[in-house]
Design a protein around this ligand. Structure first.
Ligand code: DLL
Length: 432
């Protein structure tokens, strides 16, 4: 189902012309209304009239999360507060939160792109959508809510947490769509038995999962456990919230709503633009945002771009599923490691649950890694010897996949803390 065929299947030359026009307007707007950008552009010696279209985008300055923090709370807004109808923000686990503001038009555009996403997953007005992303400053709850409502679905604004009640209402209301983080979806799937439910009591058919990295292996796991088609929804509060991109039924990358968010991939070190297919940091310029328009915002998420048309008929550029963030990458004894690699290995092996936590420490100036993995309660092992053999198999598989020695400790089911939002996968004790 294609929500907005004119845009989603637009001829690429036409799309480029639309982006050119929008970029020119955007640059004039930020130069005249956001002192931060006027200063940045003056420093680079770039005038709005130097930007004639997308081909000039690399002349523009980058924006980083720190710039939002430095201008906390509303310093990068391009309109007066009377025109802002909504404020969201990041949870801000470290330091100040980052705040973003939306005009009425921004909210309309957000509703449009999230509706495109829900339609991409085959969701229609007949669906009952349980939104279990957190409602509040986090964009997940309200973002998914408005999108589903725009499609005409019956929306259940559950927010995160209270898993027993989530399952009760999922069963009683016959929810057909679950929207939450993949880690929370996994927790709900595993908790069904504890609360006396089985998947046969549920009418779920689609999952709209995002807000954290997850692997293809996890997608298959969730599809199997929940009897659904699982789709990946991506976004970030600085750019809009959920709905920047989404994968279609072919699951071969996420279609970016590039009429609103212009993507680039840049080298993490040099910040030079990289061609299609080469991995780097994903950067977005918001082409239509009024509240807090951003030039070349560096997300630090690692991906690649693909401009080939998709089998679904959409011409929108695709980004590869995010494997991690450049600032989440662990460097252990000179080897790069992403938590997603661990998830992949555990699910491939299929002998434990997918609940894990990685402890990083330093002893005698050497980095050490300990992976705690929960045993699968449906496949409990009887003897110590069996447990030792399983431990060794996991250690071996991790070593082959990551090139690192990781000590594995098997722990009892349900002993690793569950997340109702974004999961914490790594505890880096070196930082204490
Ligand atoms: O997580 C917005 C969102 C809500 C997206 C619900 C999808 C669903 P922030 O809290 O600002 O916004 O966090 C943004 O989360 O830069 C990525 O690192 C990560 N992220 C978001 N979606 C995905 C995804 C929301 N599908 C940060 N895959 C981003 C991997 C994701 N990482």
């Amino acid at each position: 189902m294609i929500w907005n065929r004119d845009i989603e299947c637009m001829n690429r030359d036409e799309m480029r012309k639309l982006q050119d026009r929008r970029l020119i307007d955007l640059v004039a707007k930020v130069y005249n209304h956001v002192p931060f950008y006027k200063r940045k552009m003056d420093e680079l010696g770039v005038k709005p009239t130097d930007i004639k279209g997308i081909e000039d985008i690399t002349k523009l300055p980058f924006t980083y999360k720190q710039d939002l923090r430095d201008n906390y709370p509303f310093g990068l807004f391009a309109v007066p507060m009377k025109d802002i109808v909504r404020v969201h923000g990041s949870s801000g686990t470290t330091g100040k939160p980052t705040t973003v503001g939306y005009t009425r038009n921004d909210i309309e555009n957000w509703k449009e792109v999230t509706a495109r996403c829900f339609s991409m997953a085959g969701i229609t007005s007949k669906d009952i959508v349980q939104v279990s992303y957190g409602y509040g400053l986090f964009t997940g709850g309200l973002g998914a809510h408005y999108g589903a409502e725009n499609v005409g679905c019956s929306v259940i604004p559950m927010s995160g947490g209270n898993t027993r009640r989530q399952l009760q209402l999922m069963c009683d209301f016959g929810s057909t769509v679950l929207a939450c983080t993949p880690s929370y979806a996994l927790h709900m799937a595993d908790a069904m038995k504890d609360f006396g439910y089985s998947i046969d009591d549920m009418k779920l058919r689609v999952g709209v999962f995002g807000a954290e990295p997850w692997t293809e292996a996890m997608r298959h796991e969730l599809e199997k456990k929940l009897h659904i088609h699982a789709h990946d929804i991506y976004g970030l509060s600085e750019i809009m919230g959920p709905g920047v991109s989404m994968d279609c039924e072919y699951h071969d990358g996420l279609h970016i709503h590039e009429d609103h968010f212009f993507p680039e991939i840049v080298d993490p070190e040099t910040k030079e633009p990289l061609p299609d297919g080469t991995e780097g940091e994903l950067v977005f310029t918001t082409l239509t945002k009024e509240g807090i328009p951003l030039l070349r915002y560096n997300t630090r998420d690692l991906s690649t771009l693909n401009h080939e048309p998709c089998a679904c008929g959409r011409t929108l550029v695709r980004m590869r599923k995010i494997t991690g963030r450049s600032d989440d990458m662990l460097i252990i004894r000179g080897v790069n490691l992403f938590p997603s690699q661990i998830e992949h290995v555990l699910l491939e092996l299929g002998e434990t649950s997918a609940h894990y936590i990685l402890y990083v420490d330093r002893q005698n100036n050497l980095d050490t890694l300990e992976l705690q993995v929960e045993l699968d309660e449906n496949h409990m092992l009887d003897t110590i010897r069996d447990l030792q053999m399983l431990t060794r198999r996991i250690e071996h598989a991790l070593n082959s996949a990551c090139g690192l020695t990781i000590k594995v400790t098997l722990v009892q089911p349900k002993t690793i803390a569950r997340s109702e939002g974004k999961a914490i996968r790594v505890v880096d004790k070196r930082k204490k």
